[in-house]
Design a protein around this ligand. Structure first.
Ligand code: ZN
Length: 247
């Protein structure tokens, strides 16, 4: 089974479409979404409609989905994120708002081969940035392969007993991670719609469970077009600028 893993789309239609073009229909059996479909970007309805049409095999909510759908207040959001969430709440159709409000919290186990969550298997809102956080998350995971999002950084970690290491992606080529027996993996496919690891290209992953391989991929997209829409929508200018920086 081949799974397309998408996270942190953030209402960026140009980025999502570039990813879907890079992975033509039929080359993956199932689509998995790790949350944050909306927030920050200017195309919430178009992105939610795309995701719904893709009929993901599994999907969890992100913190921006909760706040933008009115499920939670924006208490922990900075000014730009709060502004965007309020704007998104108003822009969403009631149908799409209900769809987002009804998304389940992670973690979810799919097909007994992969686990998905937004923040960590322990806490959907936790940021896994530090190796110590990753080790804790690896211990909390119930599956040998667990995908997470939220940080917008494409990275992997593995743990086997007391052995632990990072899987860092290169700047040019796809990074293929071989899933080895006896190791647990915690993998972030990176963000489709607002990468923050210094690479402006849309990030995603493909997991081939038969081959035991995860490929971490990047694809260029029309950043200027997505940024211009953010400006035209009257959203904070910093949200437009950061797309080109990948930060
Ligand atoms: Zn996010």
């Amino acid at each position: 089974m081949r799974y397309l893993i998408l996270s942190d789309l953030h209402s960026n239609l140009e980025a999502l479409d570039a990813v879907l073009r890079a992975v033509p229909a039929g080359t993956c059996d199932r689509i998995v979404v790790l949350g944050d479909l909306v927030g920050y970007g200017a195309d919430p309805n178009a992105v939610v409609n795309r995701v719904r049409a893709l009929a993901p095999a599994a999907i969890v909510r992100g913190n921006h989905d909760k706040v933008s759908a009115g499920v939670e207040p924006a208490d922990n959001f900075n000014d730009a994120a709060r502004h965007a969430a309020t704007w998104t709440f108003d822009a969403l159709t009631s149908e799409n708002r209900e769809y987002l409000a009804g998304l389940p919290a992670g973690p979810i186990i799919l097909d007994e081969v992969l686990e998905l969550c937004h923040g960590s298997p322990d806490d959907e809102d936790e940021y896994v940035f530090e190796p110590t956080d990753a080790i804790e998350a690896l211990r909390a995971a119930r599956c040998n392969v667990c995908f997470f999002g939220h940080t917008h950084v494409q990275i992997g970690y593995w743990l086997s007993g007391s052995d632990f290491d990072l899987i860092v992606t290169g700047p040019d080529e796809d990074t293929t991670v071989r899933i080895e027996e006896g190791r647990r993996y915690l993998i972030n496919p990176g963000s489709v719609g607002q990468p923050r690891d210094g690479d402006a290209r849309a990030a995603f992953a493909v997991f081939d469970s038969d081959r035991g391989e995860v490929t971490l991929r990047r694809v260029a997209y029309p950043v200027a077009a997505a940024a211009a829409k953010i400006t035209a929508a009257g959203l904070p200018e910093g949200l437009a600028r950061r797309l080109a920086l990948g930060k």
